[in-house]
Design a protein around this ligand. Structure first.
Ligand SMILES: C[S@@+](CC[C@H](N)C(=O)[O-])C[C@H]1O[C@@H](n2cnc3c(N)ncnc32)[C@H](O)[C@@H]1O
Length: 265
């Protein structure tokens, strides 16, 4: 797996997430509240953005959350964050290194979630099938798998497939304490034959004192189309229950920004 450079800068990742004003947490909390699980696995937990609030809910509702990620720096940041939580939350939480394509935890979960595009990192059908099969093996019978990916944006992909999109600045933010300033630009290319998009990001990060550093980060992502996405579940032993298109739980349709599949083992 080619590492995305920004995952070596988890504080920048967190700043990006704060700037995006992510509103997905209630969706995942409601999903778990409906399922009444005992054991939850979040794959690609990153810096714990969702994992820690889920563990807070788990400490009150009686479920345990395992967060797993392939990138050491992201996981370290999640562990630092977890240190600030009360004992009750820390005992409801475990953070583990691991790659979903080779998942071998020797235990089964009632719910497994892959929020916010983790599955885009699986670039080939072989990688996707390996991951989906491993997820199936880690679910208790009747357990729920929830995978979120972006819906394909055909206008953007058409432009990216021709000459690539022009480089534009898509983020220009300060952190809450006004000590770090992040400016990000991106240009996207897309190969329709492989369904891979390449988002070429450039970052410049400056302190309030004006010390700056820059780096590039390439995000190679598989673009999932709705029927293909559903097939991944049905060919690996899942029963597809619903395809959701937004965090307010609406069914997926042609204008939906995301695809969130719910499937049973
Ligand atoms: C877009 S981030 C999402 C992080 C977190 N779920 C969130 O919502 O903020 C994708 C995460 O998936 C992780 N990841 C990518 N490929 C992975 C793999 N094969 N196995 C496990 N984690 C992976 C990355 O390291 C990264 O932390």
């Amino acid at each position: 797996m080619a590492i995305e450079e920004v995952y070596r800068h988890p504080e920048d990742y967190d700043l990006e997430m704060a700037a995006h004003g992510m509103d997905d947490l209630p969706f995942w909390l409601n999903l778990l509240a409906r399922e009444h699980p005992r054991r939850v696995l979040e794959v690609g937990c990153g810096t714990g953005r969702l994992t820690i609030p889920l563990a807070r809910a788990g400490s009150g509702q009686g479920f345990h959350v395992t967060g797993m990620d392939a990138e050491g720096a992201m996981l370290r940041r999640a562990r630092e964050r977890a240190q600030c939580e009360p004992d009750t939350v820390r005992t409801a939480l475990r953070l583990l290194p691991g790659d979903v394509r080779e998942l071998r935890l020797h235990e089964r979960f009632d719910v497994i979630v892959l929020p916010f595009g983790v599955a885009h990192h699986l670039l080939t059908l072989e990688e996707q099938l390996a991951a989906w099969r491993a997820l199936h093996e880690h679910l208790a019978p009747g357990g729920l798998l929830a995978v979120e990916v972006n819906a394909p944006n055909l206008a953007l992909l058409a432009q990216a497939a021709d000459d690539g999109t022009p480089r534009t600045t898509d983020l220009d933010v300060w952190d809450a304490a006004h000590t770090r300033h992040l400016v990000r630009s991106v240009s996207t290319t897309y190969c329709p034959a492989t369904q891979q998009a390449l988002l070429a990001f450039s970052y410049q990060v400056c302190t309030a004192e004006g010390q700056c550093h820059s780096y590039d980060s390439q995000f190679a992502m598989h673009v999932y189309f709705p029927q293909e996405f559903g097939l991944l579940f049905t060919t690996t032993g899942f029963t597809l229950e619903r395809l959701i298109g937004s965090y307010d739980d609406k069914p997926f349709d042609a204008r939906s920004p995301v695809m969130i599949a719910l499937a049973r083992a």
